[in-house]
Design a protein around this ligand. Structure first.
Ligand code: C2E
Ligand code: CA
Ligand code: CA
Length: 748
């Protein structure tokens, strides 16, 4: 070996030696910075400077890959011109983008000895050349999972290729870079996690699978008043022991199977109080401790639950009596039936009782609302004492109560319950010194005998209850098929009635009323006729349905329109005819309806544009029940009608609550003695005396009297001698269609 060779060899050895020692020094510096938690920028800066010091003439840089892994961002490059760094910042990576862009994209080292000629730099070379950079070697920084974290580059101001040592150096730098970046990312995550842990708005407890406490976050301490303060374990069986058993068992079972469980439990606080907890428990493997751990996420939902409970209570209970309300009652029946049907249980049975206090409106009106409420509470209390165990008692609405009895029960038992209710409710109630014996009408329906549809069951009980009301109240009644038939027919007729006006299915018949002296027709009663499928339906059947459904309002209006049109027509032709039109009490029930009634005539008067319309040709037949309605308003209304000249007649006189006093006070013109009295005349002197009395009293009050339903000569003879002014009845004429009536008038 010559001396020159020796020198070169020994310089090389020397280089290798210094390289090794400074490498160790670099490792220890960077590691101590990493371990002491120095900011990443500082560590990278120090790394760059150390490499630059190791190989004089090097300008090193670290670029970091962006979160989206598509671009490179400045990490540390203190010796490169600022202008250059700025231009590089954010450059997109790619297999042919300079040295670093390509190293990051390919994960391979890229050595560019001459930037000027290298194809990777063709598009960008202006930048480095301007900064005096001619060569650039770049090493990808790769983490422990093989992911590219960035690049470490070494630049030179002359064209240069790396020696073996240079390559070792750049590799080492990239490794240190990787260590620093990875570690700082982990630290960052750890800090974030611990912040989340302490700021988490839910309680979080981490335990080992033997329930040793590993971590408890501050929120858990707040929720439980630091339940675990003096404990080293968190035993779910103890902490949640107050929970619903089913939930607790399900949770523990899932725990042993290592499954995640979520649900509601009841947890303890340190002072022994409890809270409603929403719990999610997850099992995970802790590789550090080589064991299974549990994380308990616990939220206090007590407030939420108690608000829900209140809302639930209010939604399902009646505020006055605290009984269940209608909705809760129906839900319970639906649930019961549904659950039994779903599980295909045979012998499913239940009964529904609907109960309504008789004449409650009257009692309420005379006692005042507050005392009425008192009575409802008293009745509720009495019913509660009788209601069988497992049954559900509810206040359905107003004065209506419901009793749902699930399960088999005999008819005899049901009768016994109903009788007890009737007896108990009828016991004396004293309210404000007033003695009341309230009574109750009870309708009963049964599943499955009457129906297996809940709605029908309720409906049927209600039909049976109304049947009791019709038959005199204060009793009970089981639903039967005849009621159903009636109800179906009523529903059918009501539906057909609603179409009848538009279908022109109505017709007016006319029954002449004759003068007692001359037997001449002096007016006619207008009677409504309705044909359905070619058959006449009796007004006795359809008028009550029209009244109940409110359809009487448009129907009544239609009848008056027709009657006024006939009066107008005949009057203008010089053959005037007087008509009596029936008006239902329902047509005056509310203030609004009364207004509508008056408006009808006001509109008529305005449209007619005749000031002298002969309103005296129109009689309105009202019934006694109207006079029992709110006195003042009805009186004003009748006065207004009479002011126009319309006559008011009291129909069916004697059948209602006939109080003679209102005949004195009420503005009426005539009465019609009900046909029931006329037809009993021949039955004996008492009936005769009654007709006599009505007629003479009416005469005394200067009311004209019509006898209705005169069918025989004997009846006619009797009324003739008893101050009756006019006669209506089959003896003279039956109701007839309009043309027949006109022909009859023409023949006279
Ligand atoms: P109402 O107002 O008492 O009508 C008299 C009823 O007695 C009519 O029955 C008439 O046909 C019947 N009648 C008349 N003379 C005799 C007789 O000598 N013997 C017998 N047995 N009956 C006689 P209709 O037409 O069946 O009407 C029954 C009820 O229907 C009426 O009783 C009335 O309350 C109601 N109604 C009829 N048309 C109307 C109407 O247009 N509007 C209203 N609101 N109700 C009406
Ligand atoms: Ca009548
Ligand atoms: Ca009548």
């Amino acid at each position: 070996m010559d001396s020159a060779q020796y020198i070169s060899k020994s310089t090389e050895n020397f280089d290798v030696l210094t390289h090794r020692s400074s490498s160790i020094e670099r490792y220890s510096t960077i590691l101590s910075m990493v371990l002491s938690g120095s900011p990443l920028r500082e560590i990278l800066h120090s790394l760059v400077l150390s490499i630059e010091a190791q190989k004089i003439g090097t300008k090193a840089s670290v670029l970091l890959i962006s979160n989206d892994k598509k671009r490179l961002l400045n990490g540390a490059a203190p010796s490169l011109p600022e202008e250059y760094n700025q231009a590089i910042h954010g450059v997109e990576i790619g297999p042919e983008v300079g040295s670093c862009g390509a190293a990051a994209a390919t994960g391979k080292r890229i050595i560019v000895e001459d930037i000027e000629t290298h194809p990777n730099w063709a598009a960008y070379k202006e930048l480095p050349l301007k900064a005096g950079l001619k060569a650039c070697w770049s090493e990808p920084i790769i983490d422990s999972h093989g992911e590219v974290l960035g690049t470490f580059a070494m630049y030179y101001d002359t064209k240069k290729s790396p020696s073996d040592l240079d390559l070792e150096l750049i590799q080492e730098a990239a490794k240190l870079g990787s260590l620093a970046i990875e570690r700082s990312q982990a630290l960052h995550l750890q800090r974030l996690t611990s912040r989340i842990f302490s700021k988490l708005p839910m309680g979080l407890v981490i335990t080992t699978d033997t329930h040793s406490l590993l971590q408890v976050n501050p929120m858990f301490k707040t929720i439980t008043r630091d339940f675990t303060a003096d404990k080293s374990v968190f035993e779910p069986e103890v902490f949640f022991e107050k929970s619903d058993e089913k939930s607790l068992v399900s949770m523990l079972k899932n725990l042993t199977r290592g499954k995640t469980w979520q649900g509601e439990l009841i947890g303890y606080k340190r002072n022994g109080q409890t809270f409603d907890a929403e719990v999610t428990v997850t099992t995970f493997r802790d590789y550090h401790g080589e064991q299974n751990c549990f994380s308990w996420l616990i939220t206090d939902i007590s407030e939420h639950k108690s608000a829900n409970k209140l809302i639930h209570y209010q939604a399902n209970n009646d505020a006055l009596t605290s009984l269940a309300n209608r909705r809760c009652f129906l839900d319970k029946i639906y649930d019961y039936v549904w659950q039994h049907e779903r599980t295909k249980q045979q012998n499913i049975a239940c009964s529904v009782l609907l109960m309504d206090i008789d004449n409650f409106k009257l009692i309420n009106d005379s006692l005042g609302n507050e005392n009425g409420d008192g009575l409802l509470k008293e009745v509720a209390d009495r019913l509660t004492l009788i209601a069988p165990r497992n049954s559900l008692l509810a206040r359905m609405a107003g004065d209506e109560f419901g009793l749902f009895i699930p399960g088999q029960i005999t008819v005899q038992e049901l009768i016994s319950i109903a009788k007890q209710i009737n007896l108990s409710v009828a016991e004396l109630v004293v309210i404000e010194g007033l003695h009341i014996h309230p009574t109750m009408s009870i309708g009963i329906s049964r599943y499955p005998e009457d129906s297996t549809i809940v709605e029908s069951l309720i409906n049927f009980a209600s039909q049976a209850m109304y049947d009791v009301k019709l038959k005199g109240r204060n009793s009970y009644q089981f639903f039967n098929k005849a009621m159903q038939k009636n109800a179906e027919r009523t529903a059918y007729l009501q539906m057909e009635l609603s179409k009848a006006i538009n279908d022109e299915a109505f017709e007016l018949y006319f029954q002449p009323i004759v003068s007692i002296h001359s037997s001449k027709i002096e007016k006619a009663e207008v009677l409504l006729r309705w044909q359905l499928n070619g058959e006449f339906i009796s007004p006795e059947e359809f008028i009550p349905i029209a009244e109940q459904s409110g359809l009487i309002i448009p129907i009544g209006k239609w009848i008056r329109q027709q009657a006024l049109a006939i009066i107008t027509e005949r009057w203008q032709q010089g053959h005037p005819i007087a008509l009596a039109v029936n008006v239902s009490t329902c047509e005056f029930l509310t203030d609004d309806l009364q207004k509508q009634f008056i408006c009808f005539f006001e509109d008529f008067i305005r449209d007619q544009a005749m000031s002298d319309f002969p309103f005296d040709l129109l009689t309105l037949e009202i019934t006694e029940s109207l006079m029992m309605e709110q006195h003042q308003n009805v009186e004003t209304l009748l006065n207004q009608l009479r002011h126009w000249g319309i006559k008011i007649s009291v129909d069916d006189f004697g059948t209602g609550y006939s109080s003679l006093s209102y005949l004195v006070n009420f503005p009426v013109d005539q009465i019609k003695i009900d046909k029931a009295f006329i037809q009993k005349i021949e039955q004996g002197p008492r009936h005769k005396a009654l007709v006599e009395a009505i007629a003479s009293m009416s005469n005394a009050l200067e009311l004209s009297v019509t006898a209705e339903g005169v069918e025989t000569q004997a009846q006619l003879d009797f009324v003739k001698n008893n101050h009756v002014d006019a006669i209506q009845g089959y003896f003279f004429y039956r109701p007839m269609p309009k043309q027949a009536f006109y022909d009859l008038l023409a023949s006279q």
